[in-house]
Design a binder for this molecule. Structure first.
Ligand SMILES: Nc1ncnc2c1ncn2[C@@H]1O[C@H](COP(=O)(O)OP(=O)(O)OP(=O)(O)O)[C@@H](O)[C@H]1O
Ligand SMILES: [Mg+2]
Length: 255
């Protein structure tokens, strides 16, 4: 079983969008996939045609002696989903207390799900947090997401340092790839940032996702992109990233 976390130092770059759509793309490549939302914003489930029950989510595992298995829901896309869950502030605080007390809580909970899934994709909150630390420590592969702008590009060293801290010590870690999202090739600055990312990360650039209105429309309809606009430019781009992951998982080290 491989665990892939989708991460960024900066918010709003497309992590949840990419987690959901990469999960669907990898499902169609034959993997059994679980998508997990480790972000209290609890927004991953909006990308699937799916109504989340009030007590269904990772946060509700804080007071449960059972495995997280009973908190997982199937989605129409064939991907299973473990949402963060609707919760009160005190439920969130209790859950974060559990995470702070047990830094390996997430990895243990996910490994209890073996052999049900080939792949688990983790959506994460932006920047350093106990959620991100747990997600990175559990990951065999990390997908760092950046926009093709200066503000996002300058946060990449911070992301690299988090990966170095939490992932490199793990024996199971296979590599760190970068996805540049919302690329507009008509903008010179976008093209320059893409060149700089390619120069820094080389073969570890998983792919570029074009700025595509179909992405935000799919979310507005509560659908994944492959359901809403399977022939869109962004759907093709995400498929390229899924192929990169497919290749990366079949080799021992990619970065
Ligand atoms: N390639 C794209 N083209 C157009 N819009 C996009 C693209 N990728 C993401 N978006 C839009 O950008 C917004 C932010 O995306 P998303 O919520 O996935 O970011 P995030 O990194 O998960 O944010 P947060 O850090 O708050 O969790 C959404 O409205 C989404 O529809
Ligand atoms: Mg998000």
């Amino acid at each position: 079983m491989d665990i892939i976390s989708v991460v960024s130092a900066k918010g709003g770059v497309g992590k949840s969008t990419l987690t959901a759509n990469l999960a669907v793309a990898l499902r169609t490549r034959g993997y059994s996939v679980l998508a997990v939302d480790t972000d209290p914003q609890n927004s991953l489930h909006f990308h699937f045609s799916f109504r989340l029950k009030s007590d269904q989510g990772l946060v509700h595992a804080a007071h449960s002696d059972h495995s997280v298995q009973h908190l997982i829901s199937p989605t129409p896309a064939g991907v299973d989903l473990l949402a963060y869950g609707h919760c009160t502030e005190s439920q969130r605080a209790d859950f974060e207390h559990v995470l702070n007390r047990s830094p390996d809580w997430l990895v243990r909970s996910l490994h209890n799900l073996q052999p049900r899934y080939d792949l688990i994709l983790l959506d994460t909150p932006p920047g350093a947090s106990s959620y991100l630390a747990q997600a990175l420590s559990a990951s065999t592969l990390v997908a760092g997401v950046t926009l093709a702008d200066a503000g996002s590009y300058v946060t990449l060293p911070q992301l690299q340092s988090l990966v170095d801290t939490y992932c490199l010590p793990q024996r199971h870690f296979k590599g760190f790839g970068i996805i540049v999202n919302q690329v507009d090739q008509n903008k010179p600055l976008n093209r320059d940032v893409v060149s700089m990312v390619r120069a820094s990360f080389g073969e570890s650039v998983m792919g570029l996702i074009h700025l595509d209105q179909a992405v935000s429309e799919a979310l507005a309809y509560g659908q994944d992109l492959f359901q809403y606009a399977p022939h869109s430019e962004a759907a093709r781009d995400i498929a390229v990233c899924a192929d990169w992951i497919n290749r990366a998982l079949s080799v021992v080290k990619v970065a």
